[in-house]
Write a protein that binds this ligand. Structure first.
Ligand code: DX5
Ligand code: ZN
Length: 229
């Protein structure tokens, strides 16, 4: 049976002046809420940090999935945890991955590893047995509204094969340019968690847009092999 797609609306494309309303709007179709944290250094853009996570935590019970596009995430993990984050993803390109994963575990955060489009499978494969989520970027991080990079799909597929071969409880999340047309491509390659910003919050009916992305991903759903193992 195909896996069921999980949808993670990215609040980066929401109106920050009405964030609570935006979250309430998508909540019926949101499995996680994706929070893009950018430090103006690791990526050339600045967004939000723990104070906004704290406000979101007071407002919603949704799982808060914080994507830390930061040069020094270790310095802030505790602040994100105490603000109410459920999981954080740190970029593997930073190095110090083992230390950062250990710190997330120590704090009781779900541990995610984010991977840029041009970072190879070999750069994160050794960590797959220590994390909950691998976030395979389908754009270069920094901005919403970019075009999906289909050339990342072989890496998604290879990651799916490795996770299945080793029977690891790791979710594969894709992020960047995900919409009703591209979610099936990533789903077929093995992704199960779909981040979408502009394709949800940029639409007249965000909840219907999320529903359609989920349905499109489910239709294309990658089928676990019955002979794996
Ligand atoms: C990009 C962020 C994404 C972004 C996706 O650096 O990590 O989460 O919000 O936006 P869309 O879905 O518009 O490509
Ligand atoms: Zn993101």
């Amino acid at each position: 049976m195909a896996q069921v797609a999980r949808i993670a609306p990215s609040i980066l494309s929401a109106d920050f002046a009405c964030l609570g309303d935006a979250v309430d709007t998508v909540a019926p179709e949101a499995d996680l809420l994706h929070v893009d944290v950018m430090d103006g250094h690791f990526v050339p853009n600045l967004t939000i940090g723990p104070p906004v996570v704290r406000s979101l935590r007071k407002h919603t019970d949704l799982y808060l999935d914080c994507h830390l596009m930061m040069t020094n995430p270790g310095k802030y993990l505790e602040a994100f945890r105490s603000a109410g984050a459920n999981g954080c993803s740190v970029h593997v390109e930073l190095g110090e991955t083992e230390t950062l994963i250990a710190e997330m575990r120590h704090l009781g955060l779900d541990a995610g590893l984010a991977v840029n489009p041009d970072t190879p499978f070999e750069a994160f494969a050794e960590h797959l047995d220590k994390i909950d989520l691998v976030l395979l970027m389908t754009v270069f991080p920094g901005f919403g509204g970019q075009t999906f990079m289909a050339e990342v799909m072989p890496k998604v597929r290879r990651t799916r094969e490795e996770i299945d071969r080793r029977d690891l409880p790791v979710a594969i999340q894709v992020d960047g340019g995900i919409d009703e047309d591209t979610a099936p491509i990533a789903s077929e390659a093995g992704a199960t968690v779909f981040v979408a910003g502009s394709a949800i919050f940029g639409q007249d009916d965000p909840v219907e847009a999320a529903r359609r992305i989920r349905a499109a991903a489910d239709r294309a759903g990658w089928e676990p092999s019955t002979t794996a193992g």
